[in-house]
Design a protein around this ligand. Structure first.
Ligand code: GLV
Length: 329
């Protein structure tokens, strides 16, 4: 069996896989063409088109990440080859931390205190209890479900949303189009952890943002394609409009009024084009916190376990749950 690896840390993967599967021939995408051309399995994160085109005998692709969007939208992807993605694999822990930090950024008013510090302003904000800070988590897959349940365990009321009905302990579950609208109307922080599929592209558009209560916040550690950037900037409103707000106007999650500047702030980790282009206004908006797609890096140990189990199962002809290319996840 030949295994071909493509990732930024391909050599480390090569060593680890060769050690776990001593009978396999393990090569990286930087090996000479004749040495890498006849792979049975590809283990990769965002493989380039030329690499996919070279391979004619692939029997499976192991995606070194949770999202398979980059692979499924690659025009050189050979049709019919099963794709297996990582499921949690240790990513949920860091993701829970990232989302917790972002929620607290707003619930504990760190955004306002940062602004106040710039103005040498000593102004305590009244604390909104966790029990009154409802959170919406869109996407209840392996990672989204764990994030939602972790926040619920900490005392936040958590609404979860998925395409089809789900029942998860500790969560108020919604589904479908009507369910999304109902969720949006009642959350102070909205967390987007959906995969990038034709159905989810632009799901957070002007209408969705207008459905959020005034003063809500957006946290996107999922995919940039989920958010309509122009609508987001419009919902945030002018850079200066809200930061100076005192507790009096921002304390209540008020019903939608539709006017500009109703979104309190956003914490964003994923963008349609990465790195986020310098000309994006998001970089310069004072109520936007930007991180460079670091919410949940793939941990090699957790991922290795799944990669090896998948390769062994494939080799033994055992069934492995694979991605549904039509659904996009
Ligand atoms: C990262 O973005 C992943 O899909 O794992």
């Amino acid at each position: 069996m030949q295994i071909l690896i493509h990732s930024a840390d391909a050599e480390q993967w090569q060593t680890a896989i060769a050690k776990a599967l001593p009978a396999a021939e393990v090569v990286t995408s930087s090996a000479p063409l004749q040495a890498r051309q006849r792979a049975d399995y590809l283990v990769a994160w965002q493989p380039p088109g030329w690499l996919l085109e070279e391979q004619t005998g692939l029997k499976g692709i192991m995606n070194l990440g949770a999202g398979v969007d980059a692979l499924l939208t690659n025009p050189s992807l050979p049709p019919g080859v099963p794709i297996v993605k990582l499921r949690d694999a240790g990513m949920a822990g860091p993701m829970i931390d990232y989302v917790r930090y972002a929620v607290l950024h707003f619930q504990r008013d760190f955004d306002r205190y940062a602004h106040q510090q710039g103005r040498l302003q000593w102004q305590p904000q009244p604390l909104v209890p966790k029990a009154e800070w409802s959170i919406g988590v869109l996407g209840l897959g392996a990672i989204g479900a764990r994030v939602a349940q972790a926040l619920a365990t900490e005392g936040f009321p958590v609404h979860g949303w998925s395409r089809s009905p789900k029942a998860l302990e500790g969560l108020i579950c919604h589904h479908g189009k009507a369910g999304l609208k109902s969720l949006l109307g009642q959350v102070r922080s909205l967390v987007t952890l959906l995969p990038n599929t034709p159905e989810t592209r632009g799901i957070i558009d002007a209408e969705a943002l207008a459905a959020l209560p005034e003063g809500a916040s957006l946290i996107n550690p999922g995919r940039g394609s989920l958010i309509d950037e122009a609508a987001l900037l419009e919902a945030l409103g002018p850079a200066e409009a809200r930061n100076a707000d005192s507790h009096a106007s921002s304390h209540e999650a008020r019903p939608a009024t539709g006017h500009q500047g109703r979104l309190r702030g956003a914490v964003l980790d994923a963008f349609p084009h990465e790195p986020l282009p310098a000309e994006s206004s998001l970089w310069r908006h004072p109520r936007v916190l930007i991180t460079p797609h670091i919410a949940a890096p793939t941990p090699r140990d957790g991922a290795l376990e799944q990669v090896i189990a998948t390769l062994k199962a494939w080799q033994a002809g055992e069934p492995v749950p694979s991605v549904d290319p039509a659904a996009g996840y």
